[in-house]
Design a binder for this molecule. Structure first.
Ligand code: KG4
Ligand code: ZN
Length: 345
């Protein structure tokens, strides 16, 4: 079965074709980063309009790269939530319209399920059950994944997501938006021991996170800097290193706790922040404790169509589909996920 996957929940238009026999056939992505950088954050209306411009050409592109015609597509999966309402609508309209025209089923997919399952696109793919540390721009969650649609939320951020904290701190350091990658590059030139930052919620026994105070602490330290201009650049790098280390230590500290509590021996790290080098190095260190560690390849850490095509294919092949109609769910908790679709009659 060949599934076209459509991702349009935020500022990336992602299209992909996934075959249940042959795996990923093709994928294409247009990032709107340059469009929104001017405004220092995503402008929802501009995002929707740009998705409309990109969806058809990118669909043509993935078909041509896989040497397939539209008629060869067996089903269409699209992100139906959570995300920006207008942006979700563009993908939902495209998916439902195309599926209707092709007389094929369409299925709305949960964006976070896409992130959770993204490492299954790789040759080294995790078996169920596993613990997922899902770290993106909008979410930071620890999820026990027992099977497709069997997700138990063990803990999450009570305020800013890790990616959001990276972005806000990066913006304050003048690194642009979204600045997670730029901050981590700057951190490589810094000394994390120069500035001491807190490790929020580590003293609490639960599996929740909080990154808002850490971000504020970093901003406060930056504003209080009174050294020479010559030293300011180094201070920025040192602060970036200290901030990154604090986030990674908290993420890994809570992940280790969750592994112990659940007795799981597989850890999946996914979502935009899983592209972070220090986080990957720290997670890899768990291999010496007999924990298997999995990530998506770098380009599938951030939003993409391949993870939606895969998640959709897994659900569609067990008979699920969405009714004809443009239904989106901008605020959709992961724990409500197994209610997606219903068996084909
Ligand atoms: O998963 P994603 O593309 O979007 C959401 O679903 O939210 O994640 C985007 C987030 C942004 O906050 C971005 O700054 C962050 O992932 N990010 C990184 C890195 N690459 C992307 N954060 C830290 N280090 C990176 N290398
Ligand atoms: Zn995402």
């Amino acid at each position: 079965m060949i599934t076209l996957g459509i991702e349009s929940s935020c500022d990336e238009t992602g299209l992909a074709l996934y075959c249940t026999k042959r795996g990923l056939l093709s994928h294409a992505l247009f990032s709107q980063v340059d469009l929104h950088a001017l405004y220092g954050g995503v402008v929802p209306e501009l995002a929707s309009r740009d998705h409309v411009r990109r969806l058809v050409p990118l669909t043509r592109q993935v078909c041509s790269e896989a040497s397939l015609a539209l008629n060869d597509i067996d089903a269409v999966a699209y992100t139906s939530g959570p995300g920006l309402a207008g942006a979700l609508l563009t993908g939902a309209m495209m998916a439902q319209g195309l599926a209707w025209a092709l007389k094929k089923p369409a299925l709305g997919v949960h964006h976070l399920e896409g992130h959770l399952l993204a490492p299954m696109l790789e040759d080294k793919s995790p078996d169920f059950p596993f613990l997922c540390l899902l770290v993106s721009g909008g979410h930071t969650q620890l999820v026990k994944v027992s099977g497709l649609g069997q997700y138990e939320l063990l803990g999450e951020s009570i305020d800013d997501a890790a990616g959001e904290a990276f972005d806000k701190t990066a913006k304050m350091l003048g690194l642009g938006y979204p600045g997670g990658l730029a901050l981590s590059r700057l951190a490589e030139q810094g000394d994390a021991s120069r500035v001491k930052l807190p490790r929020p919620m580590m003293d609490r026994p639960n599996l929740d996170f909080s990154f808002s105070g850490l971000k504020t602490a970093a901003i406060t330290r930056f504003k209080a800097f009174s050294g020479s201009d010559a030293d300011k650049q180094q201070f920025k790098a040192d602060l970036a290193a200290s901030f990154e280390l604090a986030v990674v230590e908290v993420l890994m500290g809570k992940s280790c706790r969750a592994l112990k509590q659940t007795g799981l021996s597989r850890l999946v790290v996914s979502g935009g922040v899983s592209a972070n080098r220090l986080l990957r190095v720290s997670a890899d260190a768990l291999k010496s404790e007999n924990i298997e560690v999995f990530y998506p390849r770098l380009e599938f850490c951030t939003d993409n169509g391949a993870m939606i095509a895969l998640a959709g294919a897994l659900r569609l092949s067990r008979g699920e589909f969405s009714e004809l109609g443009v239904v989106i769910n901008p605020r959709w908790p992961l724990t409500d996920l197994s209610s997606t679709g219903r068996p084909v009659e």
